[in-house]
Structures are given as C-alpha cells and as structure tokens.
Design a protein around this ligand. Structure first.
Ligand SMILES: C[S@@+](CC[C@H](N)C(=O)[O-])C[C@H]1O[C@@H](n2cnc3c(N)ncnc32)[C@H](O)[C@@H]1O
Length: 416
C-alpha cells in the first residue's frame, strides 16, 4: 500500500482550509520558540493534561451545550457506566437470568418491546376511533402521540439486529458487573463496554452476508458487536496501530470461535489509504475515528491528548478524521452505508467533519452522500441514554449522572 497520496487524502488537503476545523487554542498550546520562553517553560510548573482538557471543554462545550454543560461535566468526572455485551458464541445460557436477578435488563430488546407496545397501542386506538389509516382524523391527543412514536420507531424496529444483546443497570443504579467468565471452551461470556458504543453498530444495520469494513477497529469492542449480529459475510478489521491491533487479536481469541475468526481479516494499514486497496466494495463501513476521547482526557493523565507535547496532534485531529471518513466513503459501494462515530462532544470533530466530507465527496469525487435520519434512536433508547436534541447532523449521547454513558456521536451516511 502506498504510504501517502491516497485520492481521498489529497483531495481533503486541498479543501480543508476553512476556519473552524482546527481545535481552539488552550493554555496548553505550544509557546513560540524564543530562548527566554524555552527557559521559562523548563522551570514553569507543569499543568496537568486533565486540567488543560477541562479548561478547553469549559470554554467550548459551555457554548455548544449551554445550560446542559454543568451536568455533562459532572458526568464526565464521575465513574462511567458499563454495559455487558452478551457473547452469542459462548455457552452462557444462564447469564441473562443471572443478570436479570441483579435487576439488569437488555436495553435493546426492551426498546424493541416498547415499539411493539406502541404499535399495538396505535392499532387499537385507530380501531377504537374508526380513524382511517394515515388520515389522522378523529385521534385524541394521546392517540396521536402513540401513533407518532410508533411511526418514528418503526424503521429501527425493522432494522435492528435483535441478536445483539447488551445488559445495563437502570438509571441511577451504579452496580458494577462482575468480570467476564470463560465457558467450557474458554470463550468469555460477555464483554464490558460503554453501552452507547453499541448505537453506531445498531445504526449500521448489518444485513445477512454484508461485506463490512471496520476502518479503525482496535481494541475491538465494536468489531465484536458487529460479529454478534451473525450477519457479516466478511469483516475487514483494520487499525494503524500494531500494538492496539494485538489487543484486537486477543479479543477475537477470547470471544470468537475459530471458524468465525476465519471470516475476519485483520490488517494494520493507515486507514486514509484504504481506497487504494479495496475501493467501493463494502456494503457497510464503520469509521470510528481517533478523537479527543473526552472522558479519558478529563480523568486520566496517561496517554492524554491534551498533553502539551501533543498539541499539534490534537489540532490536526479534525483533518485526520475527515481523511478517514473520506476513505470510508470511498470504500463503500454505491448504495452502501458509512457510519461515522467519535467519543467526543466536540462539534468540530462531529458535525463539522461530516459536513466537510459531504462537500469533498461531491466536489472532488462527484459522489452524492445522504445523511440518514436517526432521530428514532432518541425515542427508542431514551430510557437508557441521555441524548442531545440539537445536533445539526447525527445523534449524540451525553454523559449524565443517572445514565453515565458516552459521550458518543454517530452519524449515518448513504452513498448514492
Ligand atoms: C476510537 S478508537 C477505535 C475504537 C474501536 N472502534 C473499538 O470500538 O474498540 C480509534 C482507533 O483509530 C486508530 N487510528 C488512528 N489513526 C488511524 C489511521 N490513520 N488509520 C487507521 N486507524 C487509525 C487508533 O489506533 C485507534 O485504535
């Protein structure tokens, strides 16, 4: 594979000059190279990266999220909540019962049941009022609401893979899951992850025999979830980091039987060059990009992208994200879907990257892309997650003390 100069990368370089794609300056920004400043820098007390991150978030997110920011901030600074993704490949039939005894529920099947109830409620209401289908005449306010909910949620109901099961504790319940256990063959019974990370996988809506590309796959939580659908005809899992790719191998080894692992190809390419290998071939592409990982940046000094030494890398993130998204778009076949996701609240890394990709795809490649409406996710999963209702494009899960998942941004694009 060529190291540089993929079609997407060059085109993005030409078009990415607009203001607003760079990260905002923070107190951590590198000083200009003057002798006296270097001397000062060597003796100045080191500001923790977590503090720099919080300062940056306070400045930009208070503007973006307004009155919601203090609550989201508290969520970021408190213990994260997990979900237990059941491993369908393990012999673990007893696990659902064990988890339900603890008061955990599978939030996906619960949401599907809710839609079915709404649909039944809507049908009964229509019958009772003799209201003509689609006309809406004669509905009470309550009936109209039920019908609206049923209609909004039905696209998801038909598309969601009910094979993915993920248990979470109810809002406000901060019980922790026990560590995963092996079955008789050594496969672990569940995978603990941020339950909001499953939403991009559900939105991708993998269908039987789909060719799926996971462009930034390591350490592999979403790869594992994609495999739980049982639908991937072939799964290409790629990540540029060799060390993180090893972690992906370990997860596959611990959760997936050999015959299924054999349908997965793991590579360590720079994802920006992917179109030079296998352009236009995938039905579904997941582009889960590197980002400011806001929760980690607010809490952990280790490997923190707000460290002064990483200022340039951080400022270049939106460019890298755009290049990766473009590579994902070029890897999708016409009619295929691309799912872009981050674990950041930053609109510069979220909506702005998607909007720019739509422009680049049209202007440089004559490819039309349509963002798909995922607002029914908000209706369906409102009991489990707190959503931001004002994204220009895509959906955003906000951390909240009673449902401390996310942040998770996801946006689905359809290639024409
Ligand atoms: C948010 S993480 C992915 C998490 C993963 N999808 C999961 O669910 O476990 C982003 C990943 O992008 C990878 N990455 C960074 N730059 C990349 C590039 N140019 N090409 C491919 N992967 C890249 C990083 O190594 C990192 O593992």
């Amino acid at each position: 594979m060529a190291a540089l100069g993929g079609r997407g990368r060059a085109a993005v370089g030409l078009l990415l000059r607009a203001p607003g794609t760079g990260a905002t300056p923070t107190p951590g920004a590198a000083p200009r190279r003057h002798r006296h400043k270097e001397k000062w820098a060597a003796t100045a007390p080191r500001i923790p990266s977590t503090r720099l991150a919080l300062h940056h978030f306070d400045t930009s997110y208070s503007l973006h999220l307004g009155a919601l920011w203090p609550s989201v901030r508290a969520g970021l600074l408190c213990e994260q909540k997990y979900g237990a993704l059941l491993n369908n490949f393990a012999a673990a039939d007893h696990v659902p019962e064990e988890l339900e005894l603890l008061n955990a529920t599978d939030f996906i099947s619960e949401a599907l049941q809710k839609v079915q109830q709404w649909q039944r409620g809507a049908a009964v209401g229509e019958a009772a009022t003799g209201c003509q289908e689609g006309s809406g005449e004669g509905r009470t306010g309550m009936q109209a609401e039920i019908v609206a909910q049923a209609e909004m949620s039905s696209p998801l109901c038909t598309s969601i893979s009910s094979k993915i099961k993920c248990y979470t504790f109810p809002r406000g319940d901060i019980t922790r899951f026990r560590p995963a256990r092996p079955d008789g063959l050594g496969l672990l019974d569940y995978y603990l992850m941020d339950a909001a990370s499953l939403l991009p996988v559900l939105a991708l809506d993998v269908q039987p025999d789909d060719f799926v590309l996971d462009l930034c796959a390591a350490p592999g939580g979403k790869t594992l979830a994609l495999l739980q659908t049982g639908f991937c005809g072939h799964l290409a899992a790629n990540d540029v980091s060799v060390s993180r790719t090893k972690r992906l191998y370990q997860i596959l080894q611990s959760y997936v039987p050999k015959e299924v692992r054999d349908t997965v190809s793991v590579t360590s390419y720079d994802g920006r060059d992917w179109d030079q290998v296998k352009g236009g071939t995938f039905h579904k592409v997941l582009v889960d990009v590197p980002c400011t990982t806001d929760r980690h940046s607010a809490m952990e000094e280790d490997n923190n992208i707000f460290h002064r030494r990483r200022t340039k890398e951080r400022q270049m993130l939106p460019m890298l994200q755009l290049q990766l998204l473009m590579a994902g778009i070029l890897a999708a076949r016409p009619g295929g879907a691309v799912l872009y996701s981050t674990c950041s609240l930053s609109p510069l890394q979220n909506e702005c990257v998607v909007e720019r990709a739509l422009d680049v795809a049209q202007a440089q490649f004559n490819i039309s892309i349509h963002p798909e409406d995922l607002s029914h996710f908000r209706t369906l999963f409102q009991d489990t997650f707190s959503f931001f209702s004002e994204c220009r494009l895509g959906e955003l899960v906000l951390p909240h003390l009673t449902a401390n998942f996310g942040p998770m941004y996801f946006c689905k694009l359809r290639r024409e």
